[in-house]
Structures are given as C-alpha cells and as structure tokens.
Design a protein around this ligand. Structure first.
Ligand code: AMP
Ligand code: ZN
Length: 494
C-alpha cells in the first residue's frame, strides 16, 4: 500500500504522489519567535516531523524546509515597546525554539529566516506590480489585488464572489470572512523596524515571507505545504494567490493541516490558566519523551485533548517500551528460534506501515507495537523466546522508534537544561520536586548505573555485603529502582 494523505485543497484523502521521482520537497510554516513555544505549536511541529520521518522510512529523499518568522506585526510591536532591535528581540526565542525542538525529538529541518530574505521579497513585489497584480498606495505600501485571482478562496472553501474590489487590510492576521486586498509590503511607521529596498523603505507582510522563501528553497512547484489549521485562511490562501499569480503554476500539491490541540477540553489560553509552554511542563517534572509520545499519539486530523492524566499514561507507555527493549537486550535466552515470534515481528512492522500509510494513523501504529510487547512479554514469562528471536523483535521496535523517537533515555540530561535555564528567567520557584529528583537521578548515566550494578554483584560474590549495600543505597537515593529477576538484575529510573 502507498501513503494516503488528506489534502485540504481537494478535501479528500489522496494517494501521495511526488512531482519528482522518490523525492519530496516540503515546507512547514515555522514558529513566530516572539515568545516560548507552547504545546499547541509543538503538536503541529511533531506531526510534521512524524510525516517527514515516515517519508524517509518509506524510501523518499526528503527536503524539508521550515521558516522562522522573525518578522511580523507582533514582533515589531514587542521589539518597539521594549526599545530593542527586531534581531535582539527574536534571537532569544529562536534559540529557545531550537533547543525545545531538539528536546522533544524533532529532527531539524532546513531553516530559513524572513529577515535574511528581505531583498528577494521586495523583488517579488516588483514582479507582481509589473504583472498588474499588486499596486502601491500613497504611503508607499503595496497590496495584492485579490480580484485579479479568481481562485481566491479555493483552499479555505470560501466564496468571495461578492467581494469588494479595493477594500484593504494591512494586518497580518485578519477576520475569517473578510476578503480584502492584503498588504505585501508595509510602509514604515515611526519607531518600527524598516528596511531600504528596491520598492522603497518598509517591511514585508507575513504571507509574502513564506511564498518567497518556500519557492526559493524548493522551486515554484513543490510537493507539500504544512501548518496548523488556523493557517488555512488567510495565510495559506494568500500564499497561494501571490505565488500562483506570479508563476502561473500550482504552488504546492498537498496541503497538510494539523488540528488544534485543546487542553483539558478547552481552547488553550493564558486567561483560562491552561496555557503551557514546553518548558512549563518540564518544570513540573514531566519528561520530554512523555510529552512527545502524547503529542504523537492522536492522528494529526483528530482533536488532541491534552490532559495531565494522558501525560502520565504516556510516561507509562514509554517506560514499558524501554523496559521491553532492555529485557530483549539483556535477557538470557536458550539457543534457537521460535517461528511465531519471527512472524510476529514481521507482522508488526507490516501493521505499523499500514497504519501510517493510512493518513498517518499514529494511534494504530502505537497499538500495533503494544500488541507485540504484550504477546512477547507473555512468551518471555513462558520461556518461549529464543536467542534468534531478539534481533527481529528489536528490529520492529527500531522501526517504530525511527518515527516516534522515544526509546533513547536522555530525558534527564534534557530536563537538566530546563533546570539550568529557569533561574535566568526568574523561575526557580517553578522548579518542582519531581524535576529536581529527575535531574539528580540523571547524574547517573546508563553506563554509570550498569557499572555500579556490576560492582554490586562483584561485591556480593566476594561477600562484601557492606560495599554492595552502600552501592545499592546510592542508586536508590538517586531514584534508580533495582530488581533481582530470574533474567538477572534489572533497573529502571523512578
Ligand atoms: P505561530 O508561532 O503562532 O506562528 O505558530 C506556529 C505553528 O503552531 C503554526 O503552524 C500554528 O498553526 C501552530 N499552532 C498554534 N496553536 C496551535 C494549537 N493550539 N494546536 C496546534 N497547532 C497550533
Ligand atoms: Zn507561512
């Protein structure tokens, strides 16, 4: 089976096809770096990360570009009110975004920044003016004439046939029902950042930024354009209008939109007190891997209702997978192989692929791996796993992790970064006891723990119980749980 994806443009699930053989060129609208990223943002970025990982796993060569919106109305306003340059204002949040994205297992796309493409944006405006599609107003701003683009509204399924020719809007984000000529280029205002360019002084509109950067990096027509569902109108509608009226070609073939995340059943908002940045959750002691697992667990077109119960559940799931892997890698097995286990591993890989091919059904893929874990765990207990079964079972787990990326236990060191960052923002009081404990236990690396356990065993064999007790106490204090099982000593972090 081949990958099928929902295309907002056709309102249908379609077979995914690329314009060039086995090569995917895709673009995601990236963060506006005016604040720390919240879990809604990361829900979207993780969904796109899963997509690009799955495309690679399916054998495509993927060129994935994401922009950093380091210039828009909000940034200009905030930088002006703090009396700092746009660059100074955004540098901090861009750095934070990149750290957060790495923390939550997002593979870094090719990054492009709006402020580094201003000249090309001005040039784009000139070309639209030459075609009679853009016009200049008295103050030196430029607008896109939407009456010149009859297909306007096709992505968002809005009928703008009765629209008012010449009505204008100069803000980046505007009302869902207003079809107005939108600003491509904004004339300077006192106290605002501005650039001197071939179309005069000023700054680009947000929509223009993405058209220019995506086409520059990926060509006039590319395979897929992604973002959260709020971007369908006006942002993506405007990107299409600008790009297609200039090139006469289809801008992006697939439009991939991620449904908004809710928190405890409500829209996330600062006023409701249910607004969480990624760092807020880590300060509370939650592991990046649990957050990633939870955000990946609901297929991208379904509503994801974020709850703290769900987050705890996700932590348990990740722990089970890690323990399972440890059991497979450290257990003692009899030689030989069990055909049932070999078949189960192959079947699980198949089921995961079928699930993800079906419009990225991440929930089904997770269900498939857990079914394997359950079956194998019972077989373990019954002594039915043989030496040669571990490799195919581990391979299935590996395939899962190529997409979900939660097995590597590097949570503590990542949490330590947030722990170390908190004082710089005056947030020491938000460091929870759980975070403190996680950071402490993290000072014991996996290799360190294994070494101490081996030393404990050696001490016991030498009947040096005092030393073995001391070592055990050290590990327990650091939150390491040690169990003696028939497969040998097993350990896990609390
Ligand atoms: P912004 O930084 O506001 O430009 O948003 C970055 C990305 O996050 C965009 O693709 C938005 O559509 C997406 N986004 C914002 N809020 C949410 C949310 N609550 N759930 C899912 N995605 C979101
Ligand atoms: Zn964009």
């Amino acid at each position: 089976m081949a990958l099928s994806l929902y295309n907002t443009m056709s309102s249908q699930v379609e077979e995914f096809q690329t314009l060039r053989d086995q090569e995917v060129r895709m673009y995601a609208c990236g963060p506006t770096v005016y604040d720390y990223g919240h879990i809604g943002n990361f829900r979207t970025f993780i969904a796109v990360d899963l997509l690009q990982r799955f495309l690679r796993q399916s054998g495509y060569k993927v060129r994935y570009v994401m922009n950093i919106t380091d210039l828009d109305d909000k940034i200009i306003r905030n930088a002006a009110s703090e009396g700092v340059s746009v660059q100074q204002y955004t540098a901090k949040y861009e750095k934070a975004f990149l750290e957060d994205a790495a923390m939550i297992g997002i593979e870094q796309p090719v990054l492009v920044r709006a402020t580094e493409h201003i000249a090309e944006m001005a040039d784009f405006v000139t070309r639209l003016v030459e075609k009679g599609i853009a016009y200049r107003t008295d103050d030196g701003s430029y607008y896109f004439r939407i009456a010149s683009f009859p297909r306007y509204g096709r992505l968002s399924k809005k009928d703008f046939s009765g629209m008012l020719d010449g009505a204008r809007v100069d803000v980046d984000e505007y009302d869902k029902d207003s079809a107005r000529d939108f600003a491509l280029w904004k004339a300077p205002k006192p106290g605002e950042a501005s650039w001197d360019t071939s179309v005069g002084p000023g700054r680009p509109g947000w929509h223009l930024e993405c058209s220019v950067m995506s086409m520059q990096e990926l060509g006039e027509s590319f395979d897929l354009h992604a973002g959260g569902e709020d971007l369908v109108f006006p942002h993506h509608e405007n990107e299409i209008a600008q790009s297609e009226s200039l090139t006469g070609k289809t801008f992006a073939r697939f439009w991939f939109h991620v449904r908004f995340l809710l928190v405890e059943g409500e829209k996330m908002s600062k006023s409701l007190g249910n607004f969480y940045t990624l760092r807020d959750l880590v300060l509370k002691g939650h592991k990046p891997s649990s957050i990633r697992y939870l955000l990946a667990s609901v297929p991208y077109r379904n509503q994801l209702n974020f709850t703290f119960d769900g987050l705890k559940q996700a932590a348990v799931s990740v722990e089970r997978l890690r323990n399972f892997r440890q059991r497979l890698t450290t257990g003692n097995f009899l030689p030989g192989s069990n055909p049932q286990m070999q078949a189960l591993a192959a079947e699980t890989i198949d089921r995961m692929r079928t699930a993800l091919d079906d419009d990225l059904n991440t929930a089904q893929a997770q269900a498939a791996i857990f079914e394997m874990v359950r079956t194998v765990n019972s077989a373990f207990d019954a002594g039915e796993i043989k030496k040669d079964d571990t490799a195919p079972l581990l391979a299935a787990l590996e395939k899962f992790d190529e997409i979900f990326a939660v097995l590597n236990d590097d949570d503590s060191s990542k949490m330590k970064q947030v722990f170390d960052w908190a004082p710089s923002e005056g947030r020491e009081q938000d460091i929870s006891a759980e975070l403190r404990e996680a950071v402490q236990s993290g000072q014991f690396s996996d290799a360190n723990i294994e070494k101490k356990i081996a030393e404990m065993g050696a001490a016991r064999n030498a009947r040096n119980f005092k030393l073995s007790d001391t070592l055990r106490a050290e590990l327990i204090t650091a939150g390491i749980i040690i169990e003696n099982t028939k497969d040998g000593v097993r350990w896990r972090r609390k």
